[in-house]
Design a protein around this ligand. Sequence first.
Ligand SMILES: NC(=O)c1ccc[n+]([C@@H]2O[C@H](COP(=O)([O-])OP(=O)(O)OC[C@H]3O[C@@H](n4cnc5c(N)ncnc54)[C@H](OP(=O)(O)O)[C@@H]3O)[C@@H](O)[C@H]2O)c1
Length: 354
Amino acid sequence: MKVALIGATGVVGGMILRVLEERNLPVDTLLAYASRERAEGLSFRGAGLPVHAATRERLLADRPDVAFFASSDDASAELAGALVDAGTIVIDNSATFRMAEDVPLVVPEVNPHAMHADHRIFPVANCTAIVLTVALAPIEHAWGLRSVRVATYQAVSGAGRAGLDALVREERGEAPDGTFAAPIYRNVVPQVGGYDGDGDTGEEKKVVAETRKMLGRPDLHMAATTVRVPVMRAHSEAVFFETELPASVDAMHEALRSAPGIVLHEHGIVTPRDVEDTDLVHVARVRAEVGDRTDTHFQMWVVGDQLRKGAATNAVQILELLIARGRFDATQPDATQPDVTLTLRQAQGKGERS
Ligand SMILES: NC(=O)c1ccc[n+]([C@@H]2O[C@H](COP(=O)([O-])OP(=O)(O)OC[C@H]3O[C@@H](n4cnc5c(N)ncnc54)[C@H](OP(=O)(O)O)[C@@H]3O)[C@@H](O)[C@H]2O)c1
């Protein structure tokens, strides 16, 4: 299989390289691209990996079977459609196509059924929304969700290499450079993504819309406040939720313990540093709200490495699911290609970084 990785020099692109190696995907040729060419610097399976400039001409000439995008909304909007038209399957970490009606948002543990034979473009959902959805799915399945409220504590690596560098520079005593809406060192910043100073931020809109889409619950009552914290890796989330049917903490523990992709911490706490470089979503502090007489109001603490499960690992799991479904078998007739122009038109505005 010939695989293209656009954005290979970034933090998500670098992690996709690692996850492809770790999970031993059947990659015969890996082609790396970024905004500009580099002769050296990256490696894959022990060999040097040159980086090409990601131009439409170059990508179309290279004819990859699969293209991972880990670059920017603009690059995905410009290049992904042309590749899909040429027969490539696109797995895209940007926000460009996520909310398009005819495009699935697949989290393999949660909604593999959303992947249909005629889909050729697979956005990877917002990292905060993926971590939240993995934890909420077994609860939705067992009791139904009436409402979800979430406050997040998001790592600086959610803003890519620039976010990591900004925290390191501020720790050294340098002045904030505007990467975040306010100084991030010894601070918390209640703005992730674009914000006009009134209402929800771009990140908050994504968390709500994409969680609803992945859970298949467009009607779900949701509210989010997303906050950047001076943590390097892994996003944390305080989740407050109401179930349709009465539940208990013990039954919820049981549902979470047996759900795929979750590590349940029945006792004690879990922190971002505990889960760095892991693929699972960690859930702790499941408890009933004090004073609730209906057995329907609960809280939990959820932590996940957003570079792995929130981005690279989920992207590679989508490829694994496609392989398992025979989408790359030589005998498989080419699936109907979607109308990419329509897909682009339907996609909701530009995304901010998470
Ligand atoms: N960071 C996260 O936790 C996270 C989680 C989920 C999703 N995402 C999404 O994943 C994507 C990558 O994020 P990141 O955090 O890895 O960012 P990053 O560290 O800033 O890396 C960006 C990468 O994209 C490349 N790039 C930028 N503009 C390009 C262009 N026009 N054409 C080709 N390549 C281009 C950069 O190449 P150069 O090195 O040449 O500049 C670099 O390789 C974004 O869409 C982001 O929203 C990020």
